[in-house]
Design a protein around this ligand. Structure first.
Ligand code: NAD
Ligand code: LMR
Length: 325
């Protein structure tokens, strides 16, 4: 039997985690032969609810769950962790943009970034979910210079999955017949859901749908889906967000499907001309516990312009949080 992996999860008493934690403990994220220890962090007033979540985890009798730490001490939560899922942050309400959360949530990522820098393993794999996810990950990275910077990522997998569903539904196919979907850029309305390299049952996706549907319906639908869920539900997506976390981390650790791409927001290495260090969503492939940005894709003028708009948004968000690093 493998040694347990330690998974830190912040905001563990919140909506997303009520779905997420049970799926990690059941083996869906790291494999059905991989024991886990959950190190759950909350703010002090939420510890009582978190204790109740632990009671329910206990009551599931998950064979792979080898321990649950409940704490409001960030140092305890990150010590020895192999993986950190940074969910704890305010969600937006109706009428807000995700960037409106920066003022409140940015501070969380600067504080926790410093703690991670001090106590965590330098190779810890980090996924930022709390919004605005890309810039929160950027703040965390700036505050955690000792940590392998490649391993500080943010989540655009929910956008990727939303895009898969929309294209599959439009063309009357199952989602698993759609490959090579790409989300470029920021987890915001400037994101670029790009089907120009996608295939459906091996055929070019663009041969199956009108370009006008792609640009005028599909792209805004995917980009604004978070707000659509908030309007319908009264609060932001939770189970589908948890599912995005599971997919992102499972593929990173265990490998993505050969021949397919998965979208991950990662520190730019300058690929496709994107400013180095920005946490930007790229098409990636994952193997041996690592990811690589897919290189050499032909980028049309239309996509290029959209990619730059999203990059510019991230650059300006970075300027507004300069006091946090
Ligand atoms: P929630 O309000 O239900 O839960 C957030 C939890 O975080 C709360 O329990 C709160 O006590 C806790 N928290 C706050 N500050 C903390 C800190 N410093 N340390 C530890 N815990 C802290 O919200 P939710 O619905 O679970 O959403 C969490 C975040 O995820 C929000 O910012 C939301 O916008 C974001 N989100 C991102 C995506 C994505 O695709 N990237 C998708 C959905 C939601
Ligand atoms: C989402 O995409 O559902 C989340 O980022 C929540 C939000 O605020 O839209």
């Amino acid at each position: 039997m493998k040694q347990p992996l330690r998974v830190t999860v912040t905001g563990a008493a919140g909506q997303i985690c009520y779905s997420l934690l049970f799926r990690i403990a059941s083996g869906e994220m790291l494999g059905h032969d991989q024991p886990v220890i959950l190190q759950l962090l909350e703010i002090t007033p939420a510890l009582k609810v978190l204790e109740a979540v632990k009671m329910e985890l206990d009551d599931c009798a998950f064979p792979l769950l080898r321990g649950v730490v409940v704490t409001d001490d960030a140092k305890e939560a990150f010590t020895g962790a192999d993986i950190a899922l940074m969910v704890g942050a305010k969600p937006r309400g109706p009428g807000m943009e995700r960037a409106d959360l920066l003022k409140d949530n940015g501070k969380i990522f600067s504080t926790l970034g410093k703690v991670i820098n001090e106590v965590a393993n330098t190779d810890i794999k980090i996924l930022v979910v709390g919004n605005p996810a890309n810039t929160n990950a950027y703040i965390l990275a700036k505050n955690a210079p000792n940590i392998n910077q490649r391993n500080i990522t943010a989540m655009t997998r929910l956008d990727h999955n939303r895009a898969l569903h929309q294209l599959a539904e439009k063309t009357g196919n199952n989602v698993n017949s759609v490959k090579r979907m790409i989300i470029w850029g920021n987890h915001s309305t400037t994101q670029v859901p790009d089907i120009s390299h996608a295939t459906i049952n091996g055929d070019a996706a663009l041969s199956k749908v009108d370009e006008s549907w792609w640009k005028q319906e599909f792209m805004p639908k995917v980009g604004k889906r978070g707000a659509e869920v908030i309007a319908a539900r009264g609060s932001s997506s939770a189970a589908s967000a948890a599912n995005g976390v599971i997919d992102h981390m499972r593929d990173w650790v265990l490998g993505s499907e050969p021949g397919d791409y998965v979208s991950m927001a990662v520190p730019s290495d300058g690929s496709y001309g994107i400013e180095k260090g920005l946490i930007y969503s790229f098409p990636t492939v994952c193997q041996n516990g690592d990811y690589q940005i897919v290189q050499g894709l032909e980028i049309s003028d239309f996509i290029q312009a959209e990619m730059i708009e999203s990059e510019d948004e991230l650059k300006s968000e970075a300027v507004t949080v300069e006091d946090l690093y």
